[in-house]
Every structure is written in C-alpha cells, then in structure tokens.
Design a protein around this ligand. Structure first.
Ligand SMILES: [Zn+2]
Ligand SMILES: [Zn+2]
Length: 814
C-alpha cells in the first residue's frame, strides 16, 4: 500500500502537493479532501507512491471517491490543457468536474479559555463613560461568547442567525483571541434524495381522490412517480390521501437519489426520426457515420450554407451512435439560442440525453454528471464545458457553430472548447464534426490542407434560394436627405411591403442601449465609465448610463461634468433606439426586441421567440442574439443597421467576425416558401467582408482573408498568445510591464516574434490599467517555451499570477 499521494489542488501553482495517506486508500483520478494553509480543499489524486518528501507532509482528511472521477483519457486531457494553455492543473481539474456542490464549505467557531474568562468578568462591564454604540457592540460580543460557551463547536451561519453578529464582530473576537475558528469543510453526507411513490397493488374500494392518485401512478413507468410530481398531477387531491394509501399498503414510499430532469412519466425511448434527406445530406450523413464507426480519430468540417439542413444531419448521426450502444457529445454555443434546442432533443434521444445548460444549479449539475457517469445518459448536449462530460465509449463529438467565440473560456484555464473537443476525440479514438455555415479561418485552412475532411452542403434544403443581399451606402443616404438617418429609404420600403403582405422581418443592430456616446457639445467631453476607458451607453428605459464592460451604472448628468455646460448630447444608436424608431415609423406593427436588456433569462428568450414563431410579432429587433440559428419560415426580410461598424475594431479578426455575423443573420431570411431579401446598411460598401457577404461567397472571403493572415503572420500561419499585464495601480502596471519588456529584450526566444509592450486597446477595464505583449511563432513548441520561461521570470519577480494573464490562442486582443 502506498503511503503518499500527490494531489492537484485548485491554487495558482503549477505543482501537485504531497500528502500522507490515512487508513482509507485514495485512487488516482479520485478526489480527496486535504488541509492546505488554513483551509480545506478538495483536489484530484495524480499519483500514489512511497517517496518520502523532504518537507513535512500533512495527512489526507477524507477520501471522497472510491472510484476515479476522471478516467485515464480525461486525466490525460487535463494534463494536455494545463500544458497547452499554461494553466495550473488543479484549476483545470476543477473546471472539468462540476462537483463542487458535493463539498460543503464550513467554518466552525469555539470559545477559548481567554474567552471564558472575559465572559466571566463581563458582570463588571458597564462603565458609564461609554457611548451607547460601544456598549451595544460589547453586549453583542458577549452574546456571541455566551452562545459559544453552551456548545462545543458552532457553525458560522448558526452563530450569526442566533445572535445577529456579523463577520466583523467575529473577526474582532478572533483578534482578541476570545474565540477560535477552524475550517470544517467536508463532503456532504449523502446525495440529494427525493421521495418516490410506488404503486403496489390497487385492492379494495377506493374513493374518488384515491382513484385519482392510483390512476396517475398507473400511467407512470413501473408505477413510480416522485411525490412532488404526483402532487402536481393531482392538484385537487388532499395530501392526506397519499398517507391513507400508504397505510393501506396500496402505495409504498421510497427515498431515491434525485436525478434532475429525468422524465418521471413513462420512459421514453428515442423516437426513430425519419429525416427526409437530400442526396447531399445523405452523403454527408454516410461520411460521418463511417467516421464515427471506424474507432479511429478523425476531424470533419461540415460546411453547409445557412438553411442546408446541417442540424438534421448531425442529429441523425448522433442517433445512429446511440443505436450502436456508444456515446456522443454535442457542443452548442449557447443553450436555448440554438437550432439544436429548437429540435426537441428529448424527442430525438428519449431519456438518454443529458442537457447541460447555464441555468442548472450546482446540485443539478452534479446530478447530471453522475447520470452521465453511470451510463444513463449517453448523449450529452451542452455548452463549452460539456466537452468534459464523463461518457464512456465515446464515438462522436459534434461542435455546432464551431466558429463561435463563446467556445473560448475567458478565465483560467483559458481553453477553447472546440480545440479541446478535437484533443479529447484524439485521446478516445473518436470522430469530431465541426459544423458551421461560416467556418473559422483556422478550421477551413485545416480542411484545405487535408488535415480535416471537408463535407460540404452547398444548397439549401428543397433547393430554396439563398436570399438576395442588397448593400445600401449610408453616405449616399445622408447626401440625399441632408441628415443622419437610422434607416435607409430602401429598408423602410421593404418593411412596409412585408407588413402589408403579412410577412415578417428582422432588424439587427449589434449594439444594445439607446445611445452609445454621451458627449458635451461645448467642450467635447465624452462621459466615460469611472472603472473603464469606455464610453458610457445611455439607456432610455430606466433613464441611466451604463458601462457595457463592467456593468457600472450612473445617473444621466444634467450638466457636463467637466465644463458645467448644459449642452449634453446623445450620439450613436443602439437596439433600444432602433425599436423606438420602428414603432414611430410603423405604428401598426407588433415589434419585439431581443438583447441582453430584454432577455434576463432563457424564459424571456423563448417567450419572444415563440411569439415570433406564432407570427404574433411582425418585426423582431435585436443584437447578435437574433442571428443565431433561428428557423422562422415567415421571415422574408433581414435588415442590418451599422453592418460594418465592427470593421473598425483594432483586431485582426474584425473582418472574419463581420462576415460571419452578416452571413449568419442573412441566413435567417427566406427559409420558408417565399424567397428572402437582406438589406445591409454600411458606410464602407467596398470592404471585402461586405462584398463577399453580398455574394454568399465563403470561398472568396476565405481566399482573401487567408492571404492577409499569411502576409501578417497571423493564425493559422503562426500560433499566437496575448500576455496581458494588469493592475489597479498605474505605476505598478507600468513597473511590471517594464520588467517583462526588458526580460523579453534581453532573452533569446528563438523563433518567437514579440510585439509590444503596448497599451491594450481598452486601456483601463474594471479599474485595471492594462498593457500587453503579443507573441507569435510558427512553432507552437517555441511559443510555449517562451511563455513558460517568461512565467518563471514573473514568478521570480513576485508578480502575482492574477496580474499577468497568459492567453494562448487568444480570441480577444482588446
Ligand atoms: Zn463640457
Ligand atoms: Zn466600466
């Protein structure tokens, strides 16, 4: 039996920590609870051994898992992520395991000897020279001591609710050493359970209420229903009826592990969907099926124009994986915002699907994880982190809308879900399908160079035409009307026509709020966020200014904060203003809006979308939220206001992002019987991102873009990392940036180009001043080595890890 184990803990250090094993033996890939500094932390065991460490070791407090929670392939995947993205392995494992809810964080307090003495002496307190507040504060402290003196150890929450003391009071008592505290974090005793009613035998005479309960149970599989569900099904039956049935032995109650979202009605098997496929879809399906059956690693890029039926193809492929007894994972950018969610996943996959979305609580997330782990759900659908789902016998991973930037995690570990999916498939000898109408330049390059297999769907289903795209130059509109207009005359004409015909339209402006700039006409002062170097956006609903980067809100100033002038002007347009102006232009229209101000939950989103589907809304306004995958057949017109405004961003991916967004939103038009039309309002009509969108020419766009990338040594021709230095103190940020700059200058980092230091495009964000370096190299190994050496230097200079961000394959350079 090994005496020591190495544990990866979620702390910002690139090492595992060695602990002595107590009587219970841990397993590699399983979790243990260990003391770390003054805390208790749970971590994953990475090794078992007998090598006595040179430093004194602490002992494992508790073994949390008898079986590994990360199998070999997932352990390897975690190691790869830690290595590739330069992230601490403990942080990586924590990201991979959504089981935090199983550990209960707790602090317990105890009264000390000195505390007892102080309490004893308290009878003599009460000198008259103190204020009421001082006396009250002291009385509260004695209340706490008194309460603690009655028991051995008390949880923080219990003391606070029993005495009304806040954390400050406890801190004061700790400082006086009247009380002591320890971390009592531990695994929770048991998994959450639910009460289940089981129908035994319906004998004897039953009254009406009893019959209702029995009937409800009879419709359920094996006559079992969660009591909660039974109550929902029979709202008029009094609670005592169930108790009577239990007493009579007709129904039995049992405690079962709660499994979120498992259908408690009759078990549903997968419905075999007969998709009606075009020859192109059929060919695509066959290729994907062969790849997933081959038990070898492969990557396919499924590039299909909008409306070509990609979703049906990969759902059918996943269904055949399920039928063959193996597992599949589907990654989607945002749950609820995808066509995959619109296709009823439960209908396609029965109860064998686990859907992981952001609205799950910690408990629900852990339950779903266990369900997948037990093999009860072999199809997993979810956002980025679903790539870590513990399925066994993995055959296929589908990454839908693979170009979407939400696959990149913008906190440690800064992994890209799509790239991790490819690595996971490689480690499991499985197939990956990357699907998109607008593949990322990197993925298409891999397909062109033969690294990925390219599967193309060039036509829409039922040979429906792609919409006609019209580009309107807003400079000409201005000259014609003599003033700035939000809508071009052509757009107004077209909307009028659609409304008259009972058709629907979508208007996109990828910027929320009412006005994006608040400016003083007298002195030119632009009202900026106090935490960020970003203009505040005016929101008319609520009449306030808001920073879209940190969320800071403030009242609308009546006079200029700089010169006191009253000439404050609101410039620029956001989706809120677009909606208002559409109401004015089309008073009869029913208008809905989708953006982060109107959508607070998945529910809001679905409600508006359902109304749009039902044609209760004629005009839908919104940000990029409306561009994603919706299939509303009544939409025959899409208008885009400010179609080119993102082209001005200082980011080498600006053209790619613009092309993707415009192509995606254009793809919403004309998916039904009637052909669609798209109107793009632009100022730079000659930009190639606009030109190729107009021609539906992905290939043309790619050719142009890839030449630029090659010329500029940008991905995919080089690997790129962003090193961001940040501090809320300007001099500190400058000092660290200077140190790193001199280190880069004085160190030979062969084969790596270092740009910077320079001020980050957003110079101040969430109170931090920001500087950055961009590292580029044709060799990933050399880039990684340079970053590693730099990180060692930063550690040695005692620059905290949270102040130097290493972002490998950074998507945002802002
Ligand atoms: Zn002013
Ligand atoms: Zn801000």
């Amino acid at each position: 039996m090994p005496t020591f184990c190495d544990v990866a803990l979620p702390v910002p250090l690139d090492m595992a920590f060695t602990y002595k094993i107590a009587e219970q033996q841990p397993v590699i890939g399983g979790r243990v609870l260990v003391p770390f500094r003054n805390d208790r932390l749970s971590g994953v065991v990475t090794a078992l051994h007998d090598r006595e460490p040179t430093v004194k070791t602490k002992t494992v407090l508790q073994v949390l898992d008898a079986e590994p929670v990360l199998d070999d392939a997932l352990m390897q995947l975690g190691q790869w992520i830690a290595q590739y993205y330069l992230a601490p392995i403990g942080d990586v494992f924590r990201t991979m395991l959504p089981l935090a809810a199983e550990i209960k964080k707790a602090r317990v307090y105890q009264i000390t000897e000195t505390g007892h003495e102080a309490l004893h002496a308290s009878a003599t307190v009460g000198s008259s020279r103190r204020s009421h507040q001082e006396i009250d504060a002291q009385l509260l402290e004695y209340d706490v001591l008194n309460y603690l003196s009655m028991s051995d150890e008390v949880l923080e929450g219990t003391i606070r609710s029993a005495t009304g003391a806040n954390r400050q009071v406890l801190e004061n008592l700790l400082r006086k050493k009247w009380i002591s505290r320890r971390d009592a974090t531990a695994a929770r005793d048991a998994r959450r359970t639910i009460q289940v009613a089981v129908l035994k035998e319906a004998v004897g005479k039953l009254n009406e209420n009893q019959q209702a309960l029995v009937a409800a149970l009879q419709t359920a599989a094996e006559g079992r229903l969660a009591v909660e569900v039974l109550r929902e099904l029979t709202p008029d039956v009094p609670r005592s009826t169930l108790q009577t049935l239990v007493k009579r032995g007709i129904v039995e109650l049992a405690e079962e592990a709660a499994d979120f979202n498992v259908s408690t009605m009759k078990k549903r098997g997968p419905a075999h969907l007969d998709f009606i496929f075009s020859p192109a879809q059929k060919a695509a399906l066959t290729t994907i099926q062969q790849a997933s059956e081959s038990r070898t690693f492969s990557v396919s890029l499924l590039h299909g124009v909008t409306g070509s039926g990609k979703t049906a193809v990969y759902l059918a492929a996943m269904q055949s994986v399920l039928e063959s007894g193996r597992s599949a994972i589907l990654l989607v950018p945002e749950i609820g915002l995808t066509p995959a969610a619109a296709a009823n996943l439960h209908q396609v996959f029965g109860d064998e699907v686990a859907i992981l979305h952001s609205a799950l609580t910690g408990d629900e997330r852990a339950e779903q994880w266990h369900r997948i782990r037990r093999g009860e759900a072999r199809i997993v659908v979810g956002t980025r982190s679903a790539v870590f789902a513990p399925v066994s016998n993995l055959a296929l991973i589908v990454v839908d809308e693979e170009h979407d930037s939400s696959y990149k995690q913008e906190e440690t570990p800064r992994y890209h879900g799509r790239d991790v999916a490819v690595m996971r498939a490689k480690l499991s000898s499985a197939a990956v399908v990357l699907a998109s109408a607008t593949p990322s330049v990197e993925s298409y390059y891999n397909a062109q160079s033969g690294k990925y297999r390219l599967i193309e769907l060039r036509e829409r289903v039922e040979r429906r035409p792609l919409p006609e795209v019209e580009v309107v130059d807003m400079k000409a509109e201005f000259q014609a009307s003599g003033e700035d207009q939000i809508f071009a005359r052509r757009l107004i004409e077209e909307v009028t026509e659609r409304l008259a015909r009972g058709e629907q339209a979508m208007i996109l402006l990828n910027r929320r709020g009412y006005s994006s700039v608040v400016l003083c006409r007298s002195c030119g002062e632009n009202v900026q966020c106090k935490n960020c170097a970003i203009s505040m956006t005016f929101h008319k609903a609520g009449y306030r200014l808001e920073c879209h980067y940190c969320g800071y809100k403030q009242a609308v100033p009546k006079v200029c904060p700089k010169c006191q002038s009253e000439h404050i002007h609101f410039l620029g347009t956001g989706s809120e203003k677009v909606e208002e102006r559409l109401h004015a232009a089309f008073p009869q229209a029913r208008i809905g809006r989708l953006d982060r101000d109107t959508v607070k939950s998945r529910h809001d989103f679905e409600r508006v979308l359902n109304q749009f589907h039902a044609n209760e809304i004629n005009l839908l306004v919104g940000t990029q939220m409306i561009a994603k995958g919706h299939d509303v057949h009544g939409v025959t017109l899409v208008g885009v206001v400010g179609a080119d405004f993102a082209l001005g961003f200082p980011d080498f991916r600006a053209a790619e992002r613009t092309f993707q967004l415009l192509t995606q939103v254009a793809g919403r038009a004309g998916r039904g019987e009637t052909p669609g039309r798209v109107i793009l309002q632009v100022y730079y009509s000659e930009h190639y991102a606009i030109e190729f969108t107009q021609r539906h020419d992905y290939g043309g766009f790619y050719e142009k873009e890839i030449r630029y990338r090659k010329w500029m040594h940008y991905p995919p021709f080089s690997s790129l990392a962003n090193v961001l230095v940040r501090s809320d103190k300007l001099d500190q940020a400058l000092l660290w940036t200077g140190k790193l700059g001199r280190w880069f200058e004085g160190t030979k980092n062969e084969g790596v180009r270092i740009l910077g230091p320079s001020v980050a495009p957003i110079m101040r964000l969430k109170r931090d001043y920001r500087y950055h370096f961009i590292l580029k190299s044709p060799s990933r190994e050399k880039l990684n080595l340079a970053l590693r050496k730099m990180q060692a230097f930063a550690d040695q200079q005692k620059i905290p890890r949270t102040n130097v961000i290493l972002d490998v394959d950074a998507l945002s350079l802002m």
